[in-house]
Design a protein around this ligand. Structure first.
Ligand code: UDP
Ligand code: MG
Length: 319
């Protein structure tokens, strides 16, 4: 895992999936910004199983700037968050910045994040000042924001913005947690002691189309909710309890009628009352089991889930 003797100040982490048309511009804009900081840095790219020539471009960039460029090459596509996680496990910097490769987050905004880190924050989340996404994406993420606020205690203006800065301790905590399929900004937030936010510019995708299909977006947001709270299961249990209470009242009413007013349709309604009640009891039981399965799932899913095919770096380290 991480070494304590990190001599690098900044690690920039960039997941790359089929970003061939964007990489040249990214390199041309990112490196001058980082050189201009006057601090030591490294850039870690994770090639997340790209099917285009992204990896060749990353290879060339590593050859051009071997001192500051590291490339992790996945054998297949494991998703943006696993790509970031693999880089987190290997960072050498004291401060870590995550960035998208498609230039939707302008690299020129990195110094803004670092100012906040200098001011003593250990987690700086960017939020997009002028979001350049489709109306559907914008509204969908607003909806998810509301759900997240109600079901978890994670405060975040814009969970979709990957331009973020973390102090090393927060990143190490994320790595130690061993979480997979998780929402890294939210997980990191839960480990932060002094989080802050800063507005950053947002651009349209420089080239190509979003790698997120509708299904992937739904999955991601589902992970966000189920990965950080058991609220869905708890709500279900509550609902089952209400049903059980209602059915119990029904049983009482029917019992009263049966005893004092006589049998109705040969007692069939009494039977219904009892059946409803028992059914509700069963539902509460299922809800409760669900709670425990959920908790077990949270523990069980701490397993690694990616494979690194090749690692390009100047000082290979045993990890
Ligand atoms: N990405 C990745 N693996 C994937 C999908 C995306 O590494 O399976 C990277 C992608 O190259 C980009 C970032 O994650 O750097 C964000 O992806 P994208 O721009 O497609 O997402 P959006 O901006 O539409 O949310
Ligand atoms: Mg994008």
């Amino acid at each position: 895992m991480s070494s304590a003797s990190s001599s690098v100040f900044l690690s920039v982490v960039i997941p790359v999936y089929n970003e061939e048309p964007n990489l040249p511009t990214l390199f041309a804009r990112l490196y001058p910004v980082l050189d201009g900081l006057g601090k030591s840095y490294e850039v870690i790219f994770t090639n997340d199983g790209s099917a285009d020539r992204s990896y060749e471009l990353l290879r060339a960039q590593h050859a051009a700037r071997p001192d500051v460029t590291r490339v992790i090459d996945f054998n297949a596509n494991y998703g943006q968050h696993m790509a970031v996680m693999a880089a987190f496990e290997r960072v050498r910097g004291k401060v870590i910045v995550t960035l998208d490769a498609d230039l939707q987050n302008p690299p020129e905004e990195i110094p803004k994040l670092l100012e906040k880190i200098d001011a003593g924050h250990d987690y700086v989340g960017g939020y997009r000042l002028n979001r350049q996404d489709t109306v559907f994406r914008t509204w969908a993420s607003r909806l998810i924001n509301v759900v997240r606020r109600r079901t978890t205690n994670i405060e975040m203006t814009d969970q979709g913005c990957m331009l973020r800065a973390y102090r090393r301790a927060v990143v190490d905590a994320v790595v130690r947690s061993g979480a997979i399929n998780t929402f890294i900004p939210a997980l990191a937030y839960s480990f932060a002691g002094n989080p802050a936010e800063v507005g950053v510019r947002h651009a349209e995708r420089h080239a190509g189309v979003s790698n997120y299909s509708f299904y992937k977006l739904v999955r991601l947001n589902f992970d966000l909710i189920t990965g950080f709270s058991l609220a869905p299961l708890q709500l279900f249990t509550l609902f089952a309890l209400l049903c059980a209470a209602g059915s119990f009242l029904l049983v009482l009413v029917l019992a009263y009628r049966r005893l004092f007013l006589g049998a109705e349709a040969e007692g069939i309604f009494t039977l219904f009352g009892i059946v409803f009640f028992l059914l509700s009891v069963a539902m509460v039981g299922i809800g409760l089991i669900g709670e425990y399965v959920g908790r077990t799932y949270q523990v069980v899913r701490t397993r690694r889930q990616y494979h690194v095919r090749e690692m390009l770096e100047t000082k290979p380290r045993d990890l």
